[in-house]
Design a protein around this ligand. Structure first.
Ligand SMILES: Nc1ncnc2c1ncn2[C@@H]1O[C@H](COP(=O)(O)OP(=O)(O)OP(=O)(O)O)[C@@H](O)[C@H]1O
Length: 632
């Protein structure tokens, strides 16, 4: 790297760190070393030519000034840098418009800093920009004409103070778009409804689809459904000038609403009184009415079940699967956490809905007596003979693996089927991958660790249960839960009907397998694991993508076009994960999702391929490799 470039980089860093007034834990960034030879912190260089490819200095508590002129006015840097990442510091901006000279820039990330004022118009001259992240700052004023950047894929600008209207982006080209929590006003431009309301929420004067508040007319700004009519802020003259017809109309609505509320309250009171009466007559009714009282804590089961249980109250504790009659009893399997658990306690415990899946709902239930928190799954539409169910539970109860979440108790009657698990406090892999706040990273080695752990656990289960024909049947990232040590655990093994992603007809009864279906179940698990690997690699959700394809089909089509690197999660690219090993894992995933079940590898082959990649990753001291291959 030439001397001019080194001097400029040093002054760039001086500015960032407030002229070295802070001590920042970085190596290099001095006049005496070469950024590419001495591996300056946050610098990635090209392989062939010793020039700077990316500068990433995030979360270093830098509280000086980001002055792009120091680097973008130096030709050798301006024509080589593609990534600038400075997120999560305390930086202000200076000479920001010089950023336009860094013409090769594809990624600019300055999320979570202290930038204020207008975004410079020159930003829209960055023709190569693909991802612009400026969220959580204090930018004000109109957005520059960013739609001029034809290749922009991600625009992340939430939590600022931008105002004016949203420019007409080419929304079809955007993958991520977020302008929530700003002061934008007016109609959301055409095509903006490709994104969900969360991309726009928190802009009270914004209107139109996908937001619930409709625009009044062509040029009108927002009319939020519950907008306070007494707003007297400047610019609200239209609202203050509400016509008498409108006042009459709103009063009419209010009167009708009031009448409805009175009728409902009257009915509720009447019902409450009737209940009160029966309370005195019947113990079970007493229990029910208490539960229905508005002040009672919500629980998770129906009142019919409660009465049935309260009247029968059979509870079997310990390893009682063999001996217990199945109907109307909670069968507590071997788990020290829930020993002594009584069904009544479970039923009465406060419950909170965690989510509804295809096969039922899951509740978080706090059992104070046991000092434990459980997750109870209520299964819907499960017409399985109780004895088959009991047999399967018995078999599954004998196969234990540290990364497999066991059922700790279950209940099975004609009315209800419940599965009880220990509550896992750290959510699911799905949430970790797709529900994390922007910028929070799930790094490559952790992803590889998760992949290998799941594959190992699945291999163990397949080995143990192959002869019984019990595959997982519903493997997906929302069924991979993270325990208190953040280790992945497979949940719901062998309990559900299969997710029929292979479009092969299946029986409804998971206990009546023939040989082909047996094999099919295991092969379906391999495909499901392949999809999880693809989620880990791409960071994308498994469902249908914007282009109408599911994740596996999309990845395979991109790879066929030889655009392999395009599929990887940008967070991994930014982090500098080894492209070679990502490609290796991608190859494993593609084998797993092969359309033909017979062409898919066995779980032992998959586990061993992933382990090899992981071991290679651990061995490598990959400090000089170029992780970036961003196509221009
Ligand atoms: N033991 C548990 N601890 C913590 N959260 C759990 C537990 N079991 C399930 N959950 C969470 O509860 C939510 C609903 O789970 P559920 O299994 O019903 O959904 P799903 O996996 O999307 O669908 P399904 O399994 O029915 O096809 C999910 O977010 C899941 O991660």
């Amino acid at each position: 790297v030439d001397v001019d470039a080194i001097n400029s980089l040093v002054s760039f860093f001086e500015n960032l760190s407030g002229n070295f007034s802070q001590s920042i834990p970085v190596s290099g960034w001095n006049h005496d070393s070469d950024p590419c030879v001495s591996n300056w912190t946050g610098i990635v260089c090209y392989d062939q030519t010793p020039s700077i490819k990316s500068i990433t200095l995030k979360s270093l508590n830098l509280s000086g000034v980001f002055n792009p002129s120091t680097i973008c006015n130096i030709t050798s840097l301006a024509t080589s840098i593609v990534v600038i990442g400075l997120d999560n510091n305390n930086l202000h901006g200076e000479n920001f418009d010089a950023i336009a000279n860094c013409k090769k820039l594809t990624h600019l990330n300055i999320n979570r800093n202290q930038f204020s004022g207008k975004l410079p118009d020159s930003l829209s001259e960055l023709n190569n920009l693909k991802r612009l992240e400026i969220s959580d700052n204090r930018f004000t004023g109109d957005l520059p004409s960013l739609p001029r950047i034809s290749g922009l894929i991600d625009f992340i600008a939430q939590n600022n103070l931008f105002s004016g209207s949203i420019p007409e982006f080419d929304f079809d080209n955007l993958e991520t778009f977020n302008v929530s929590n700003n002061n934008f006003s007016g109609r959301i431009p055409p095509g903006g409804d490709r994104f969900t309301p969360t991309s726009y929420l928190g802009n009270p004067k914004l209107c139109g689809v996908p937001l619930p508040n409709k625009c009044k007319n062509e040029n009108e700004s927002a009319t939020p459904p519950n907008a306070a009519q007494n707003s007297n802020s400047p610019g609200d003259s239209k609202k203050n000038g509400t016509t008498s017809t409108e006042i009459l109309m709103y009063s009419g609505y209010a009167l009708v609403g009031l009448a409805l509320i009175i009728v409902v309250v009257f009915k509720v009171c009447k019902r409450g009184k009737q209940k009160e009466k029966s309370v005195k007559e019947d113990v079970i009714d007493n229990y029910q009415s208490k539960e229905e009282d508005a002040s009672a804590t919500p629980t998770f089961v129906s009142n019919e079940l409660k009465s049935a249980v309260m009247s029968k109250s059979e509870v079997f504790v310990g390893n009682s699967v063999e001996s217990a009659p199945v109907s109307s009893s909670l069968i507590v399997l071997t788990s020290p956490e829930v020993n002594g658990l009584k069904f009544e306690e479970l039923l009465k415990a406060p419950a909170e809905l965690l989510g509804r899946g295809k096969h039922g709902s899951v509740y978080k239930v706090n059992c104070e007596e046991q000092g434990t928190t459980l997750a109870v799954k209520r299964i819907k539409d499960w017409s399985l003979p109780s004895n088959d169910f009991k047999l399967r539970m018995k078999r599954l109860n004998h196969v234990k693996h540290p990364n497999l979440l066991p059922v700790v108790a279950f209940y099975c009657s004609r009315q209800e089927k419940l599965l009880v698990y220990e509550y896992q406090p750290n959510g699911s892999l799905f949430k970790l991958l797709h529900g994390m706040p922007m910028g929070q990273t799930f790094d490559w080695s952790s992803r590889l660790g998760v992949a290998s752990t799941i594959a190992e656990a699945l291999a163990f289960m397949h080995d143990e249960l192959h002869a019984d024909g019990i595959a997982h049947g519903n493997l997906k990232s929302s069924n991979i839960l993270l325990n208190k040590n953040m280790e992945p655990c497979i949940s719901e093994y062998g309990l559900m009907t299969m997710d029929n992603s292979d479009s092969t007809p299946l029986t409804n009864n998971i206990f009546q397998f023939n040989a082909d279906q047996n094999e099919f179940g295991f092969k379906a698990d391999i495909r499901a694991l392949g999809v999880i690997l693809l989620e880990l690699l791409t960071g994308k959700m498994p469902m249908v993508q914007n282009n109408g394809m599911d994740l596996a089909t999309w990845v395979v089509s991109v790879v066929k076009e030889e655009w392999t690197v395009e599929v990887f999660d940008r967070a991994l690219i930014r982090e500098g994960a080894s492209e070679e090993r990502m490609v290796n894992l991608l190859q494993v995933a593609i084998k797993c999702v092969d359309r033909s079940p017979d062409s898919r590898p066995s779980i032992n082959q998959v586990a061993s391929m992933i382990n090899n990649i992981k071991e290679e990753d651990e061995r490598s001291i990959d400090v000089s490799g170029s992780p970036y291959d961003i196509r221009n």
